[in-house]
Design a binder for this molecule. Structure first.
Ligand SMILES: C[S@@+](CC[C@H](N)C(=O)[O-])C[C@H]1O[C@@H](n2cnc3c(N)ncnc32)[C@H](O)[C@@H]1O
Length: 275
């Protein structure tokens, strides 16, 4: 059976809506059937995903519901070197954990935006930011393939385990290049495959909604970022997620010159029979 891009995106939205409702009820931020990014952290056994990736000091700065809803595969705020007064955008902000931490780092003269397509996640994130007493965080509804912000309006784009879930990765990378100011930077955590794994091999190692099957390879990430107008690109593996698949930190800086609109096709195809 072939799954279309729209169906795949709707699967992702539905699964993370369930996760938001579960986290809001004080439970684990993921359902138990193994199909959600971060579910392995729910039993406290694995540190590949979720709250275990934040240190005690950071967890202490956050409402419990934001920590429980954490479904990321890294800690982008720890690598983005945020500075006072900057504008930060978190793609796929979920329960708001990285937006709240970013808002605190950039302070009252800065702004932290969270963008997510799932209403339940947005509602949870807004409540978490309010509970944390944060006034400079704003949560936007939309998809990361069409970011609802003007060109050259953001200093730093962060994201935590979301780009692998996109059905159109070249569009996401182009949009990041569009909204960043010249010289702006990215600090992204994501699941990334070794170059030796084909899209079919990645799909055999885990589900799409579980943040495995849709992962880009290291080479695809590098090529996609270069085509989207970035320099100083690095993709560093940090921990194992599955055979040949890793949590990774992706960093890059937007070039000052105009970006080519001809982006190569990267990543798992938008249609899939994997899930
Ligand atoms: C694995 S969770 C990560 C949430 C958050 N970054 C964290 O670290 O806890 C993925 C989130 O991305 C959102 N998402 C997935 N694909 C998206 C897309 N194409 N556009 C906007 N949001 C998306 C989901 O609704 C969900 O909240």
């Amino acid at each position: 059976m072939t799954t279309t891009a729209d169906e795949l995106r709707e699967d992702v939205r539905r699964r993370y809506a369930e996760a938001a409702v579960a986290a809001d009820a004080g439970g684990c931020g993921c359902t138990e059937d193994g199909g959600c990014c971060g579910n392995v952290a729910c039993d406290g056994e694995a540190a590949s995903f979720g709250e275990a990736l934040y240190d005690a000091e950071q967890r202490g700065e956050l409402p419990e519901a934001a920590v429980l809803a954490s479904l990321g595969c890294g800690n982008p705020t720890a690598v983005a070197e945020l500075r006072e007064g900057e504008t930060v955008l978190d793609l796929g902000s979920g329960g708001g954990i990285d937006v709240i931490l970013s808002a605190k780092r950039v302070g009252p003269t800065g702004v932290a935006y969270g963008l997510d397509m799932t209403d339940e996640m947005l509602a949870l994130a807004r409540r978490n930011a309010q509970e944390a007493g944060i006034a400079n965080a704003h949560f936007l509804k939309g998809v990361i393939e069409e970011i609802p912000l003007p060109a050259e309006s953001v200093d730093v784009v962060i994201s935590n385990c979301v780009i692998n879930l996109s059905v159109d990765k070249p569009a996401v990378l182009a949009e990041i290049g569009r909204v960043l100011k010249p010289g702006g930077r990215i600090g992204i955590s994501d699941v990334v495959a070794e170059n030796r794994l084909s899209p079919e091999e990645r799909a055999r190692r885990g589900s799409y909604v579980g943040c495995v099957a849709g992962a880009l390879s290291k080479g695809e990430y590098e090529a996609g970022l270069e085509a989207a107008g970035f320099d100083e690109i690095s993709v560093d593996f940090t921990h194992d997620v599955a055979d040949g698949m890793h949590g990774a930190i992706v960093k890059a800086v937007k070039r000052n010159e105009p970006v080519s609109r001809e982006l190569p096709l990267v990543g798992a195809s938008a249609t899939s029979d994997c899930c």
